[in-house]
Ligand binder design. Structure first.
Ligand code: CTP
Ligand code: MG
Length: 234
């Protein structure tokens, strides 16, 4: 693992408090995937990084005590907290549990079990240099913007369009102040949008095309195959 920049202290906020509605109401972070809870896979590349000094996982208030017993046992840097009604609320709760003396905060969805060390590293490098960073991948399908009736109103230039994933990385003070802005919080659909709304530069960095977010039941076997392929090596 490259140690750039030296001595940077990184915290990780993991929103895991969703209702999994598109998964039929399952708590996605606790679903078993390749013999382990999905959340354990999601945390792996962060726990493998020595620059990460603290990880806060926000779960539903009802799940805090049951999750604490096994999630905090995974690694001494992990703390479990109660999340909130929206993803931003859960991110804010997790960020609130991280220590004050961090240079960089990464945010990563508990529902993404396939993040890579490379994506983590690129987010840390950009955030340590003072920018927001979003791991993602350039769009491969042609995209269409439509009106309420499904009529195409615009075909955006595909070469300028990326899919936004997580991890996302930010200078710690920037993310904390963006989360404290109620107007930005109400409008944002992801953490980068929060930071964009307060006017700070955010760049896309290379994630991985297979860094899928487990969203629907059919995503589970796909994620298992991708995990097995990763384990088998290149
Ligand atoms: N999340 C959260 N708190 C919320 C809503 C979402 O921590 N109030 C988390 C989810 O647990 C997930 C991530 O945000 O790790 C991305 O959300 P998504 O994939 O949409 O998961 P859910 O909200 O659980 O699923 P759905 O939208 O189908 O209900
Ligand atoms: Mg959701």
């Amino acid at each position: 693992m490259p140690e750039f920049p030296p001595g940077v202290r990184v915290g990780v906020a993991v929103p895991a408090a969703g209702h999994g509605r598109r998964m039929g109401g399952a708590r996605k972070p606790f679903l078993e995937l390749a013999g382990e809870p999905l959340l354990a896979h999601a945390l792996r590349p962060f726990l493998a990084d020595d620059r990460v000094v603290a990880v806060a996982v926000a779960v539903s208030a009802d799940d805090v005590s049951s999750a604490r017993s096994w999630v905090e046992a995974l690694d001494p840097r992990i703390a479990v907290v109660a999340g909130g009604a929206t993803r931003s609320d859960s991110v804010a709760a997790a960020v609130g549990r991280l220590p004050e003396d961090l240079q960089v905060i990464l945010v990563h969805d508990a529902a993404r079990p396939l993040a890579t060390a490379g994506a983590v590293d690129r987010c840390v490098a950009a955030a340590a240099a003072g920018q927001g960073a979003v791991a993602g991948w350039p769009a491969t399908d042609t995209l269409k913007e439509v009106d309420g009736d499904g009529r195409i109103v615009r075909t955006p230039d595909r070469s300028k369009v990326w899919h936004a994933q997580t991890p996302q990385g930010f200078p710690a003070d920037v993310l904390r102040s963006a989360l404290a802005d109620p107007e930005a919080r109400a409008l944002a659909t992801d953490d980068a949008a929060l930071v964009e709304a307060v006017g700070l530069p955010v760049v896309m960095v290379e994630g991985a095309p297979d860094n899928l977010k487990v969203t629907r039941p059919e995503d589970l076997p796909v994620a298992e195959i991708l995990l097995a392929r990763r384990r088998a090596g290149p």
